[in-house]
Design a protein around this ligand. Structure first.
Ligand code: AMP
Length: 223
């Protein structure tokens, strides 16, 4: 099954996608994580991506589509994937359809996470992520802090704050999301694959588990 997590930055789509990927036994593909890895390795792609990411802007479509196309050609993607942070533009959505069509596949379920702005901003400004790529656990230092400050509960690695998680970039990231989201939502609604998911209490400890359960139910019905 090909699942696309839609939602503003900080809506919990990354956390949800990770749990969902484990539950559904599908690879979790996050374009943001892929870019951050390239930045860390200081590659040409990383340098280019960083010029956009540091300003809260989108990396150009052709660059982003290329890395996703390559990732989707891997053997582990043949039965489906959980896409997180891609597509972000209509161009990307159409390119994804073409890539999948070539393999006789299509997008099956698009959950859209709906979370109020104040919760989003609060989450982003209190977000810490495990520096171990294999783990990548996400914490909220206010609502869901690690047991030991700065250390991941799961693997013991140091927690880091994303350089783009600050008040300057969050405003432009939310603006960019809103500008493009409408087109994406209309596009997937027309295809009958969009499901709006509103956590009852987005600040609750088990908010992401509830969201995952709802998505798994939808996936079962769509099989
Ligand atoms: P994320 O981790 O999904 O919040 O992504 C972090 C940043 O990476 C975004 O603010 C963009 O600058 C860039 N990025 C991630 N995914 C995409 C995409 N699909 N298209 C363009 N830029 C992206």
């Amino acid at each position: 099954m090909y699942i696309i997590m839609l939602g503003a930055p900080g809506s919990g789509k990354g956390t949800t996608a990770k749990v969902l990927a484990k539950e559904a036994n599908l690879p979790h593909i996050s374009t943001g994580d892929m870019f951050r890895e390239q930045i860390k390795k200081d590659t040409k792609l990383g340098k280019l991506a960083n010029t956009y990411i540091s300003k809260g802007q989108l990396v150009p479509d052709e660059v982003t589509i290329d890395i996703v196309k390559d990732r989707l050609s891997w053997e582990d993607s043949k039965n489906g994937v959980i896409l997180d942070g891609f597509p972000r533009t209509l161009e990307q959505a159409k390119a994804l359809d073409e890539i999948l069509m070539e393999q006789g596949k299509k997008v099956n379920v698009v959950p859209e996470l709906i979370v109020p702005d104040d919760v989003i901003i609060d989450r982003i400004l209190n977000r810490a992520t495990c520096s171990n790529k294999e783990c990548g656990a996400i914490y909220n230092t206010k609502f869901r802090p690690p047991k030991v400050e700065g250390i991941c509960d799961i693997c013991g690695s140091a927690l880091v704050i994303r350089t783009d998680d600050n008040e300057q970039t969050i405003k432009s990231r939310l603006e960019v999301y809103r500008k493009n989201a409408k087109d994406l939502i209309d596009y997937y609604q027309e295809k009958g694959v969009l499901f709006k998911i509103e956590p009852e209490d987005p600040t609750a400890d088990n908010a992401s588990e509830q969201v995952v359960e709802k998505i798994l139910e939808i996936m079962k019905k769509r099989k």
